[in-house]
Design a protein around this ligand. Structure first.
Ligand code: SF4
Ligand code: SF4
Length: 439
């Protein structure tokens, strides 16, 4: 766990300790201590909620520097479908964006929208062959997969075991480039995902579905936005290198994936807190009439990712326009493209709840925690630096906080102490009590 890479980090000097972020974190991973936010790494799912919340921009998402391209003889860009929605599509169409990516130095461009079309086909085949487990949950959003690993381990068997469009695209892009360029070996090629979100960066460094990611680096949409815009202004004749239709491009918005599933029992949900409510229902066996759940941590889906530039509502409007402009598919998905789309590894439970390795001690700590919780006001005010009173009681049991971190407990203690001092003052013997003079 200690060498697990996280793309969300704190810029400590910018943090004011305001506690705004602690309540938004879906896994209670943030505490404010000594006036600064601290992220508990084992709990963080890199969802980016704290990046969106912090008024001081103290939480940031780390991605790779563009210089990383120089480490490879050949480079391939994998633009996420969200990239297309960042620009006014009447002036800067998809073909111009693809051409501009080549102009800034990539040797080959492969649309992740095409990878999404392959994943859709692979998912439908999987659902047809495996009818026993329902609903299956999309594995495309790495923050949601990790949320399930941390908070909903009983749902792990319901994660769709099909690789993400990013991984599928990287495999197919590398294969295609080698086929088109005889003599090039796969290790000479650097494959770079152009990402709307931080969780993808984390998933490349710590992949869930494969032992080693086929992606060599992740660049944020923000870091390429103006570079591409500058190049697009120079393009007279864009290259004709598009591979995907609307069924792949629409994955940028919530529902885009689920609508490709061959069932009318689909559910799609966006925003990590909404996803949690749905997963809670699922845990309680309340969603028996659903075949497939698409769940995205970001509001609106990937176009609401923290590494995007455009307002997500404006971006979504562009997606509606794509619908009328594009055919569903530009070409059918082939058997070759479908090869190796299944998970190579299984996601595992990440246990952050166990209070002690020793079961007897753990049970005692649980009882202590409950007792401590009863002493707290249950206001979940956050003034102690923990998101809830229950989280503070857990921190106390783990030796990371003390009861008087609660301002209400401290106030009561101070008041009781003052009262006791008053009472004691009244009990002073006449030899010490000035007030008794002349009695
Ligand atoms: S929101 Fe969190 S990270 Fe931002 S200043 Fe407040 S405590 Fe620090
Ligand atoms: S990225 Fe998400 S899980 Fe991690 S600390 Fe921020 S809000 Fe919590």
């Amino acid at each position: 766990m200690s060498d697990y890479f996280h793309s969300i980090v704190l810029e400590e000097e910018l943090c004011k300790g305001c506690t705004n972020c602690i309540k938004k974190c879906p896994t209670d991973a943030i505490r404010v201590q000594s006036g600064k936010a601290r992220i508990m790494k084992e709990r963080c799912i890199d969802c980016g909620e704290c990046v969106r919340t912090c008024p001081y921009k103290a939480k940031v998402a780390v991605t790779d520097p563009l210089e990383k391209m120089a480490d490879f003889k050949y480079t391939i860009a994998l633009p996420a479908p969200t990239l297309y929605l960042q620009y006014d599509i009447s002036k800067f169409g998809r073909d111009k964006i693809m051409t501009a990516l080549k102009m800034i130095g990539f040797d080959y461009v492969y649309e992740v929208a095409r990878g999404a079309e392959i994943v859709t086909k692979a998912s439908n085949i999987y659902l047809e062959k495996n009818k026993d487990t329902r609903p299956m949950i999309s594995s495309a959003c790495p923050a949601i997969v990790r949320l399930i690993q941390v908070r909903f381990p009983s749902l792990i068997p319901q994660i769709m075991p099909i690789k993400s469009p990013m991984e599928v695209s990287a495999d197919n892009a590398r294969r295609e480039f080698c086929e088109k360029n005889p003599g090039v070996t796969p290790d000479e090629i650097g494959v770079f995902f152009i990402s709307p979100c931080a969780a993808k960066m984390t998933s490349v460094r710590n992949p869930i579905e494969v032992s080693r990611s086929a992606v060599n680096g992740v660049f944020s949409i923000k870091s390429l936005y103006f570079k591409l815009l500058k190049q697009m202004g120079k393009i007279k004749e864009p290259l004709n290198i598009l591979q995907a239709g609307f069924s792949g491009v629409r994955w940028a918005t919530i529902g885009g994936e689920a609508k490709g599933i061959e069932s009318d029992k689909i559910l799609y949900v966006d925003g990590v807190q909404n996803v949690i409510k749905i997963l809670e229902q699922l845990e309680d066996d309340k969603l028996t009439d659903v075949d497939f759940i698409e769940a995205a941590a970001c509001p609106g889906g990937c176009l609401g990712g923290p590494l995007t530039v455009e307002n997500m509502y404006v971006a979504r409007t562009r997606n509606f326009r794509f619908k009328s402009m594009l055919p569903k598919l530009l070409k059918e998905v082939t058997d070759t493209e479908l090869e190796n789309t299944g998970f190579e590894c299984s996601p595992e439970h990440i246990d952050v709840a166990t209070l002690d390795e020793d079961i007897t001690k753990a049970m005692q700590k649980l009882r202590d925690m409950e007792e401590l919780y009863q002493m707290l006001p249950a206001l979940d005010c956050g003034a102690c630096g923990a998101p809830t009173c229950r989280a503070l009681s857990e921190d106390i049991v783990r030796g990371k906080a003390k009861l008087t971190d609660c301002v209400f407990v401290l106030k009561d203690r101070v008041r009781n102490l003052a009262k006791e001092m008053m009472e004691l003052e009244g009990l002073l013997p006449p030899t010490l009590d000035n007030k008794s003079e002349g009695r």
